[in-house]
Design a protein around this ligand. Structure first.
Ligand SMILES: [Zn+2]
Length: 211
């Protein structure tokens, strides 16, 4: 709501953004669910696709080369006038008292978060998409598990393309953890599974079981 709100002036908006970035990203301590997910996947090639825009996977130790943030991240700032495709480290502007400005045109910088598709033109998000395509191509003939965690079951941005990819990859399996009734890809029964319930509890149990 804060991001979508109209603020009285640029300073008020930047004060809000600083609070948001501090709370959501800068001070983030990885949760038990995040630590369990890290333990479960740390020993194999892995790639995270997320519509969360709080930069937390990187904070939790996941490599920036293996993350696609489909709606951007408020760990990055971009020109509010849209004059270029560059983004900037948000924390680099925390020391200054003034509203951060675009070095090219002088407009205020704002968080690089967007769900209309513009974000895929900006770096690093453009490269993140290429990294995902390369990852899926590299592992297309291997035993890949798509672990779908808490995604809306009618989601078209992340779930639908990953289900289609799993259906096209000969050895891929697909696991859904969700509170909703699962929608599953068309795969043979030994290649698909689902569990209904709390994500944190399920990941911690899986990580303990995998020891
Ligand atoms: Zn600009």
């Amino acid at each position: 709501m804060g991001l979508a709100s109209t603020w009285a002036n640029e300073s008020h908006r930047w004060e809000f953004l600083k609070r948001l970035i501090t709370y959501g990203y800068r001070c983030y301590v990885p949760s038990p669910a995040m630590r369990a997910l890290d333990r479960l996947t740390a020993s194999v090639p892995r790639f995270v696709v997320t519509c969360n825009c709080n930069g937390r996977f990187e904070r939790a130790g996941f490599s920036s080369d293996g993350i696609l943030e489909t709606e951007g991240s408020y760990a990055r700032l971009c020109c509010s006038a849209g004059c270029s495709d560059e983004t900037y480290d948000a924390l680099a502007f925390f020391g200054a008292s003034d509203v951060p400005r675009c070095p090219r045109c002088g407009a205020a910088l704002d968080v690089a978060v967007d769900d209309t598709g513009r974000i895929s033109r900006l770096e690093p998000f453009h490269s993140q998409e290429a990294n995902l395509r390369a990852f899926l191509a590299r592992h297309a003939d291997e035993r890949v598990c798509v672990l779908e965690l808490g995604v809306g079951q009618r989601n078209q941005a992340i779930k639908a393309p990953l289900m289609a990819w799993a259906e096209s990859a000969p050895l891929a399996s697909y696991v859904v953890l969700n509170r909703e009734d699962p929608i599953l890809p068309s795969l043979s029964s030994e290649r698909v599974a689902s569990a209904c319930g709390d994500l944190g509890e399920a990941l911690v149990a899986l990580a303990e079981g995998a020891r």
